[in-house]
Write a protein that binds this ligand. Structure first.
Ligand code: GEK
Length: 237
C-alpha cells in the first residue's frame, strides 16, 4: 500500500479526489479515520443483517471499493452490490482490486446526487455525505429513503462536530493527536485542514439524526462513536 505523503508539500488547490489522492487512498483512510477498520466491520455486520436474498446494496462514495469487497466476502445470500463514485481515479483503483479478487461488484461512475437509484435493501455512505453541500444534503437523503425497500436500512459514517465550543476544540485536539500518532507531521495536518476548508462540512451527531428522521427514516441509532467520528444506522419500517 502506497504511503500517504500528499500534504507534506505546499498545497496548490482545494481538496479533490484526484489521481494523487486515489493512489494513496487506502493508507490515507486508515491513518486519517480513527477506528476505520472497526467502522467498516460494523457497517458490514449491519448491512448483511438487512440485505435480503435477491436484494440490492448501494455504496455511495465507494472510493476504492474496500467496504464492498469486505461485504461481498461475507455474503450468504445472492445480492447485487453496486458502488458509485464520481472520481474516475478512485474507480480505477477499485477496478484493479475487483479484478484481483474476481469480484462481481458493479462500479458506476456518477454523481450520487443525480444517480437513478433502483429499489435497494441497504444504502451505505461512509464519510461521503460530509462532502455534499448542506443545502442539498437533505434532498439526497430523501431520495435514498424513497429508494429503500420497507424493512431496509441506511448506514452512514461521518466526521461530526459539537455545538459546545470547548468540547468541539477538545474533539479536534484529540483528532490531531490521533493523526500525529499515525505519523502525520503538524505541517501535513494543517495543510490538509486548509485544503478541506469549505469542502468537508460536518454536522453534529444530533443534526445527522434529525436530518435522516425528517426524511422519513423511522429510527436512527449511533452504532459507533470515537471523538469526532460516528457511524449511524437508520431504518425504514
Ligand atoms: C470508504 N466510503 O472507504 N458523487 C459521487 N461520489 C462522490 C461525490 C458525489 N457527489 N462527492 C464525493 N464523492 C469510502 C470513503 S471518501 C471519504 C469515502 C474521504 C466521493 C469521492 O470521490 C470519494 O471517493 C468519496 O466520495 C469520499 O469508507 O475521503 O474522507
Amino acid at each position: 500500500m502506497k504511503e500517504d505523503r500528499v500534504f507534506s508539500k505546499p498545497i496548490e488547490k482545494q481538496f479533490e479526489f484526484d489521481e494523487q489522492i486515489a493512489a494513496v487512498f487506502d493508507d490515507m483512510l486508515k491513518r486519517s479515520v480513527p477506528f476505520y477498520e472497526e467502522a467498516i466491520a460494523l457497517t458490514k455486520r449491519f448491512a448483511l443483517a438487512y440485505l435480503k436474498e435477491g436484494g440490492r446494496l448501494y455504496d455511495l462514495g465507494c472510493s476504492t471499493a474496500s467496504t464492498l469487497l469486505d461485504i461481498e466476502r461475507s455474503l450468504t445470500v445472492h445480492a447485487e452490490l453496486v458502488g458509485i463514485d464520481n472520481s474516475p481515479s478512485m474507480l480505477e483503483q477499485a477496478q484493479r482490486k475487483l479484478s484481483v479478487f474476481g469480484s462481481n461488484i458493479e462500479l458506476k461512475e456518477g454523481d450520487i446526487m443525480s444517480y437513478d437509484y433502483k429499489p435497494a435493501d441497504v444504502f451505505v455512505t461512509n464519510y461521503t455525505l460530509q462532502f455534499i453541500r448542506p443545502p442539498v444534503r437533505e434532498q439526497l437523503i430523501r431520495r435514498l429513503f424513497e429508494a429503500t425497500n420497507a424493512g431496509g436500512a441506511f448506514l452512514f459514517s461521518e466526521k461530526v462536530v459539537s455545538d459546545e465550543k470547548r468540547l468541539n476544540k477538545l474533539l479536534i485536539d484529540g483528532y490531531y493527536e490521533f493523526k500525529k500518532n499515525q505519523g502525520y507531521s503538524e505541517y501535513e495536518i494543517m495543510q490538509k485542514r486548509e485544503a478541506l476548508e469549505n469542502v468537508l462540512i460536518p454536522y453534529t451527531e444530533d443534526e445527522n439524526k434529525s436530518m435522516v428522521e425528517r426524511c422519513g427514516f423511522a429510527h436512527c441509532e449511533t452504532i459507533f462513536r470515537w471523538g469526532n467520528f460516528a457511524t449511524f444506522i437508520a431504518l425504514k419500517r
